[in-house]
Design a protein around this ligand. Structure first.
Ligand code: PLP
Length: 400
């Protein structure tokens, strides 16, 4: 008889977005004359930059000509032209990477989940709470022990290591989804030193690095001393360049990142991941890699920056409003997420219903991201400027 992976039965149902959709649907049916402003979803809304579209079209044209047609990519880890563009991009913030350390993928979510394949199930996993749900879910699927580091109001939603607790694999996300907080270089160095002491590996999710405007804040964990010895980094063009529906990202595994096997031999994680991907992944399509490379050209940077600046302007409208109303928040400055404390002692769902009923603004209750999200609420800057302004005007009227 076939046996299922029973770990799936222990997984929490993903009620968050189902509950949101149900409440929104019920409200809309009862109030068809009251249009909603959606500020809950983490998807981008602006189209791809023209230079990216042109590069994808050119790549597609090449696929239609015998001389330039491409089948499977030999390595499956990405074309050198794109890896070189990524390496140069890292160089612009002071991180030196060789092409063999970069692996092109179809977005960060898959690698965040699939990386579990190269680690044993007897590892202790440390996740900061609240967190992007993939880190927990993909490890629950393997039946692993998960412990949490609290990100809360006291520590500015930037959980730091507890030296008395041991972990083998540590997930960090900065700028953070959902809290918008960003680790400083010194904080990352603390995590790196904890990881080295514990012979642990950090999986660093930098999907929102492009939103960092403060040059003092690190855009990569490799800005932290020693990180190449203990960290894997995952990034994506989804939020950087509007690739959520186009799909392209990159994972960095440094050459010097090795782990001891049970027989005492040093094993390269890059080699293990290469072996895993060689068996289960056949690369990203050529036209999409052409489009991705265009993001890193001077014109691509200029055009994609315009979209990021647009979202940043939305975030500024939001943070200005919250400041004016005296509502506590984190994020919104080096991040597209604004994480606010529900006013008047409301819990996250109460606040959700309150905003929906009173001003028809939809956000995301913080407790959906972990226990430390209780009493907090996530709004995103990915909407239109007009809707963001309107939503914030309604919020001002409601609370002033
Ligand atoms: N990491 C974080 C923190 C995210 O919020 C997201 C998407 O919202 C991803 C990774 C996945 O992005 P993608 O798979 O589109 O590259």
């Amino acid at each position: 008889m076939v046996k299922i992976n029973e770990n799936f039965l222990t997984m929490k149902k993903n009620y968050l977005f189902i509950d949101i959709a149900k409440r929104v649907k019920a409200f809309s049916e009862a109030n068809p004359d009251k249009p909603l402003i959606r500020m809950g979803i983490g998807d981008v809304t602006l189209p791809l930059a023209p230079v990216v579209v042109e590069a994808i079209k050119k790549g597609a044209d090449e696929m239609g000509v015998r001389e330039t047609f491409k089948g499977y990519e030999d390595s499956g880890t990405g074309y050198d032209f794109l890896k070189q563009a990524v390496a140069d991009y890292y160089g612009s913030f002071g991180v030196s990477l060789s092409l063999s350390e970069i692996r092109i993928n179809d977005g960060a979510k898959a690698d965040c989940g699939n990386i579990t394949d190269i680690f044993g199930d007897d590892n202790t996993i440390l996740v900061t709470d609240p967190a992007y749900p993939v880190y927990v879910d993909s490890n629950v699927m393997c039946g692993r022990r998960i412990i949490y580091a609290d990100s809360n109001e006291e520590n500015g939603f930037a959980a730091m290591p507890d030296e008395s607790v041991h972990a083998d694999i540590i997930y960090l996300c900065s700028p953070n989804n959902p809290t918008g907080s960003v680790y400083t270089k010194a904080q990352l160095e603390e995590w790196v030193s904890y990881a080295i002491k514990n012979e642990a590996v950090i999986i660093f999710d930098s999907a929102y690095e492009a939103f960092i405007s403060d040059p003092a804040l690190p855009r990569s964990i490799y800005c932290a001393e020693g990180a190449k010895k203990c960290a894997i980094e995952m990034c994506s063009l989804s939020k950087t360049a509007g690739f959520t529906g186009t799909r392209c990202g990159y994972t960095v595994i440094p050459e010097e990142l090795t782990v001891k096997a049970s027989d005492g031999s040093e094993v390269s994680l890059a080699a293990l991941w290469g072996r895993r991907q060689g068996s289960k992944f056949n690369g990203v399509s050529y036209p999409i890699q052409c489009g991705a490379a265009a993001v890193f050209t001077p014109e691509g940077q200029k055009q994609t920056r315009q979209a990021i600046d647009y979202y940043r302007r939305n975030a500024k409208v939001m943070t200005d409003t919250l400041t004016e109303l005296g509502i506590k928040f984190t994020g919104g400055i080096n991040s597209p997420y604004v994480w606010l404390k529900c006013p008047q002692g409301m819990d996250s769902w109460e606040f959700f219903d309150f905003l929906l009923e009173k001003i028809q603004v939809v956000g995301t209750p913080g407790e959906g991201f972990g226990k430390n999200g209780a009493g907090w609420f996530r709004l995103t800057a990915f909407g239109t400027y007009e809707n963001t302004v309107e939503a914030m005007n309604r919020l001002k009227k409601l609370f002033s």
